[in-house]
Structures are given as structure tokens and as C-alpha cells.
Design a protein around this ligand. Sequence first.
Ligand code: ZN
Length: 444
Amino acid sequence: MIFADKALLPNGWENNVRIEVLNGKIGSVSVGAAAQPGDTRVSTVIAGMPNVHSHAFQRGHSGLTEIRGLGRESFWTWREMMYRFALSVTPEDVGILAEMAYVEMLEAGYTRVGEFHYLHHGTDGTPYENPAELSERIFTAAEHTGIALTHLPVFYAHAGFGPQAPDAGQRRFIHSVDRFIDLVAICEARRTRPQDRVGFAPHSLRATSADELTALCAALPGRKIHIHIAEQVKEVEDCLAFYGQRPVDWLFDHAEVNADWCLIHATHLTPEETAKIAASQAVAGLCPVTEANLGDGLFPAPEYLAAGGRIAIGTDSNVRIDVAEELRILEYGQRLTARARNILAPEGGSTGRHLFEATLAGGAQALDAPTPQIINGAPADLVALSDPLNLREGDAVLDRWIFGRDVSPSDVWAAGVHVVQAGRHIHRDAVEARFAKVLRRVLA
Ligand code: ZN
């Protein structure tokens, strides 16, 4: 049993909440209860956050692309470094890098990850005997660390609009439509835990042709669909040059974009495109830390939220893994450009509470999971925030976690398992040692 001084329940904050965990789910929630001997006592309990967009292996080069080269540094020079890394890791490495990322996600308060997984083949581009060899490593990493997985195998076929043939640096990513559909089926069969899900992800409009996109959507109905879109100005320009339309406009004319879709980044939008995404009930998968790191640009969040748009957050490149930091940068990007404060909250509301609840719901929708709630029968995916000052108010705990100091995740339960204790994942030491070994070898 968990006893919390306060907890954020579906109807708001309650004090002295006792939560029973039973077979991975919440068995009961008692409000105004008394702590019993043997209870795990914590300060504040909230639901675990979904991380809607991760490329786990990129955790390996976190912080290693920050040296200025000649001229203007851009996304494209970062991508060269990422490709060099992607081409050198073994299946075992992929599993270890993912375990490190997932340990850190759980420590940060993420209890589900959407793994946008595009490393599929051997280092020379030859498929493994098991076509899902590297997907297998992702499932295993999720199982070892305890994080719930929405696995999103990525379809990648071209180097650019045209379609252009893939280049050598992309050889581990490439599929035909038929072989990709087989991969999704193998991943579905590999799924052993009830909380895991399998969707799919056409990588982007530059890596997927119009015909391929149509074929994939027809062949894989009912699955969540994630796609990178309009992240870079160059991508928008290339799309305009080839299709005569901007990426989001083109997508809406060529696919039935609805609540099954998650549009990753969607950074460069016209007001009409912004309104279109909001009305479609698709989720905008925002990755503010990575978008800032890569110099992508700024999503038009105020206009999109005012139109009722749904949002989620993702750690994407895993350069940093921190729920509070994603939400803070999401808001701060707007403050810096609008020269105003508390932009993304409704009038009179707490910015932290609003952003937390919006991304909780949007993230779950995009990852094919129930909205995380502290309620009987829900998955026991719970995050305790420590608050040494022990201030009793509710929303301010979220605001102080996201924008201030003092408050941070202390304990996390994933499907009822107490995987993070006193801020550390129970397997951190072992995973960190294996991770360091991989880095030393790959970077040698
Ligand atoms: Zn991405």
C-alpha cells in the first residue's frame, strides 16, 4: 500500500490518500485515510507520464554533438553524427542503450514510452535472420526496466522526395511495404505483457512515397500512426517543390488524419494547418528539448491549444530525459517570443497543472493507452514527487516541480512494481555499467 499526503485524482487534489496496488493495477483508493504500518509513505502522488516519442539508441550520443564546426551548424550536421552512431551499434548495444534510456525515463516520471524504432538491419544493411531482431531488444529493454512500451516500427524507404533512393547511411532502416507489414505482425506476436502495444510509423513524407503511405494505412487499420512532419524548414521547402503543397496540407489531402494519428514536431505550420490538426483530434507530439537542441523552431502552441488541439511530449533524441524540462521549455519558448508569462494555461489556472494534464491525456491517446488516472482498476503507473518543504497545496507542487526547485520524482511504480526508489531505478547501477562499456567501445 502507498500512503500519500496528497494525490491528484480525477476530480482534483485530495489529502491523505491510501492506494492499494493489486496485480499491476490500482486495487483501491481511499481518501482521508490513516497510514498503516508497512505502508510506503510519500509526499505527493500523480499518474505516470507517457513519453510519446523516443529514439532510444540516440541516448548514446547525448551531449556529444555540441562542438561548433565551420559555418552554420544545423539539424543536418547533427544527423551525420547520429548516422555514424546508428551504423556502429550491435543488437546487444541497442538493448543496452534502450535500457539506459528507459531507466532514466522511469526516474524522470515517464511510465510509458512510444519507441519510434527505425534501426532494423545489420550494420551492412542485411536483414537479421529474425527480421524483428532489434525490435526484440526494445521489447526486452522495456520488460527489464518495467516501462510500458508502445512499439512503433518505422517504415523508411527513401532519402528524399522523388522518391530518391536511400543513401548508404540509411541502410539499416530500409524496408519494402510487404516486408514492413510482416515486421509489424512479428512485433504483435512478440508482445507478451498486457500493457504493451504495437503501432507503426511512416518515418516522414520524405522517406515514404505517396503510394507507400496509402498502402501502409490500408494494410494496418486500427493501429496508431506516428509520423515526423514539418520539423525542418528545408523539409517544408522540399515538400513544396515536389508536391506543390506544404507537408501538413499534403498529408490531410492524402490520408484520413484522425485521432489515431500523432504528428511529431509539426513545427512549421500555417494558421490553416494549425487549425486542421486541432480539428482532426490527432495529437501533436512535441519534443521541446530536442527541438531546442536541434534548432528546429517553435510550434504555434497558443493558437493550437486555443483551437482545442491535443498535445503530448516526447524525449525524441534523449539528449535530456526530464518530464519537467520538456514542459518548462514548451512554455518558455512561447514566453521568450511573446514576451509574456503563463501563456499556455487558461486564465486563472496553474500552468504546470494544465500542461501536465493535457500531455498526460494526449500522450495516452497517441500511445493507445488508457488516460493515466489514479482510480480503481487503472494501471498502477504512479509517480511520487518529494517535497522537502512539505507545502500542502496541490497545483503549486506541479508548478514548483516544472518551473521551480525543491520538488522532484522520488518513487515510481510501473505496472505496480516499485522500480524507482529514492530517485534511483532499482537496476541503475548494473545498467549504467553496461552502458558505459558500450559507449567506450563505440566512441573509441
Ligand atoms: Zn524523432
